[in-house]
Write a protein that binds this ligand. Structure first.
Ligand code: ADP
Ligand code: ZN
Ligand code: MG
Length: 645
């Protein structure tokens, strides 16, 4: 039962840079291949074996004796105990005798008169003939060879793995070469972010034409740090710089430095820089640099030596650049506040480019970029979608377009309709609907009052955002939700807005308590959000009269670049004062919410009843209900905007 204040978004999907090298076939596939080879070999051998031995009919020696007697046999050859008789009609038969006794002896034992043998040509062969060896040795040799084959094959695999282990110092960076048209990204693929692009155009210029800068003695920027919320297109922008300049792009993510073995981070850095220098002009991109670039020596995160060594090596490499080295190091982070000050001092990442969440116009452009390969229906108005998605990042918008296409495809339509995109907004914001998650009647009633409480308080308080939609269909982890959207994008929020937001968050809790005299767990998320908000008001934004304009930031770590608040540890007394102030804010908001609900109990009952009936209320229907109960819905000009600067 969440009334998401700022839209709570799903985890953004990460746009990977480049593709990792394809992995070899799995061990199982290799085993299967080996087995197949083995089967083929043994099949072939059995064929040959059959040819060698079984083609000739074997008969008892008594038969041979009687056939000689009958004059049917022209010649006989003897090899060891084996007899091959050639008949007058050219056919052959084999037989065996006892090894010790001679052929003549054996035949006479079978009652053949010695003179009958005169007409038969008898040859005695050496027992060590080829066939003998083949027949006796092949069954032994083949499996042995096969075993050796397997051992050799496996050992080669092992060596392969071993080699990897030995070369782990190699940087593991992914290279996107300028010739690779398939992966090429240019500024055209990045919508909005105008200031960032302007800043980066200079870098592109330098990479394209370094001489111009070097001749005039300009100091070339070494490091550019891209800062911005997740999904705002930092990685995309870095790749676009490489694409624009047409230079190789070596990218590696901070976490990859420290991934496999201890002690490799630093050598990977060394390797990466060496490779990039060879390929200059080039760009090195260290994505998510906060994974290695945190403030050193704080012991935060286990005081990871490995991480510090990696960071040190980055610093060393950046200092080691010759003045005219044509390699530019770009880095991206969404936590600039935790970076080590040494990283951002002049001569290292001294250029900082901030990428903001896109505003309405930018959002429309981003949507247009991601609509390029999708057939849009005639009714699609991206501007409307852009209007309804404040707070969405570029990645969210890309995700939204994709969800829309999936919805259309699922319903076997060839084009995306506006309806698909509208539905996708909520899906991206709150997770998929869970219609199967059926509430029983009582739960449904509680949820209806809870969401109705949020919506009613939001409609009456002057600084709260207007309600767009109320629903008691489960979505993600929420049993129901109230969707509020500001009329326009806001970069800042005022104290009055925060206070009203907190009251709106309490609307659900207050309604449950008033109507049912009891409270459910459904309000827990609301409480978390509003408590955090109230605490931030006191400790970070200086919005409590009692505490004054001070930032008590110790829990959040040090302020920007570790240079802000020093010794942020607060005394217990101060901590208690903060708690008291937070409590005061929340209590005030609770009173506000309760009095609104008390005064408008009839309207609340009507909203809840309607929700029980239809489950989802769109803005127009909701406002009709309000008007019927004498409440004027907010219009754009009613929202008072604080002059904030
Ligand atoms: P970040 O690195 O800032 O977390 P990414 O660069 O990985 O974000 O962005 C993720 C995806 O979001 C991109 O691959 C792209 O599809 C989309 N995106 C983000 N910002 C933009 C933008 N300004 N224009 C177009 N697409 C964008
Ligand atoms: Zn709620
Ligand atoms: Mg990224």
């Amino acid at each position: 039962m969440a009334a998401p204040l700022p839209p709570q978004k799903k985890q953004q999907s990460k746009g990977g840079a480049g593709t990792p090298a394809p992995k070899g076939p799995s061990l199982w596939a290799q085993m299967a291949a080996a087995l197949a080879i083995f089967l083929m070999l043994s099949f072939g051998y059995s064929l040959v074996r059959q040819y060698i031995t079984d083609e000739i009919e074997e008969v008892p020696i008594s038969q041979i004796a009687s056939d000689i007697d009958a004059g049917k046999i022209s010649s006989i050859s003897v090899a060891g105990n084996k007899i091959t008789a050639t008949y007058t009609d050219e056919s052959e038969k084999t037989s065996r005798k006892e090894t010790e006794s001679s052929l003549t002896q054996t035949l006479s034992d079978y009652g053949l008169a010695p003179e009958r043998l005169a007409g038969v040509n008898i040859t005695i062969q050496d027992e060590g003939g080829l066939r003998f060896w083949a027949l006796t040795l092949l069954p032994i040799i083949v499996p042995i060879l096969f075993l050796f084959g397997i051992i050799w094959y496996l050992s080669r695999q092992m060596r392969g793995a071993g080699m990897q282990a030995f070369t782990f110092g190699r940087s593991m960076a992914r290279l996107t070469s300028p010739e690779d048209q398939g992966q090429k990204v240019t500024f055209k693929d990045v919508a909005g972010a105008k200031e960032a692009k302007d800043e980066l155009t200079e870098i592109v210029d330098f990479l394209k034409n370094p001489k111009k800068f070097i001749q005039i003695g300009a100091r070339i920027p070494k490091g550019v740090l891209l800062m911005g919320a997740p999904g705002t297109g930092k990685t995309l922008l870095a790749r676009a710089v490489a694409g624009e300049a047409g230079v190789p792009f070596f990218s590696i993510s901070g976490s990859e430095f420290v991934e496999m073995f201890v002690g490799v981070g630093a050598s990977r850095v060394r390797d990466l820089f060496a490779t990039a220098k060879k390929a200059a002009p080039a760009i090195i991109f260290l994505d998510e640099i906060d994974a290695v670039g945190r403030v050193r020596g704080t012991g935060v995160g286990g005081g990871n030596d490995e991480r510090e060594q990696t960071l040190n090596q980055i610093l060393v490499e950046m200092d080691g650049f010759e003045p005219n080295e044509k390699v530019i190091v770009m880095a991206a982070t969404n936590r600039p506040d935790v970076l080590d000050p040494a990283l951002v001092r002049p001569g290292r990442f001294d250029r900082r480019v901030v990428i903001d969440l896109p505003d309405r116009k930018d959002r429309e452009e981003i949507l247009a970029i991601h609509a390029r390969q999708k057939p849009l229906g005639a009714d699609v108005k991206l501007s409307v979608i852009a209007e309804r998605t404040p707070g969405f990042s570029g990645a969210d918008l890309a995700n939204l377009m994709n969800e829309g296409a999936i919805l259309a495809a699922r319903e076997n339509r060839k084009e995306l309709a506006q309806f698909d995109l509208i539905r996708s907004i909520e899906k991206v914001m709150l997770g998929p609907e869970r219609r199967s998650h059926i509430l029983n009647r009582k739960e449904k009633e509680i949820t209806a009052y809870h969401e109705g409480g949020h919506a009613l308080v939001a409609s009456i308080l002057p600084y709260a955002d207007p309600v767009h939609k109320i629903s008691i269909i489960s979505r993600g982890r929420a049993a129901g939700y109230t969707l509020k959207l500001p009329f326009e994008d806001k970069k800042m929020q005022s104290r009055k807005e925060f206070l009203d937001d907190i009251a709106v968050s309490l609307g659900g809790y207050a309604a449950e308590k008033m109507v049912f005299g009891d409270i459910t767990t459904g309000a827990s998320n609301d409480l978390q959000v509003l408590t955090a908000l109230a605490r931030n008001m006191v400790t970070r934004y200086g919005m409590s009269d009692k505490m004054g304009p001070l930032a008590f930031d110790s829990a959040q770590g040090k302020a920007l670049f570790g240079q802000g608040v020093e010794g942020g540890e607060q005394s217990q007394e101060v901590a208690a004062q903060i708690d008291a102030e937070v409590k005061k804010i929340v209590e005030g908001a609770r009173k506000k919410a309760e009095s609104i609900l008390n005064k408008n109990r009839k309207a609340l009952d009507a909203i809840a009843a309607k929700l029980m009936e239809v489950e989802t209320l769109e803005r127009d229907d909701f406002e009709k209900l309000l008007i019927a109960h004498g409440i004027t819905p907010k219009k754009k000009q009613d929202i008072e905007h604080q002059p904030i600067a």
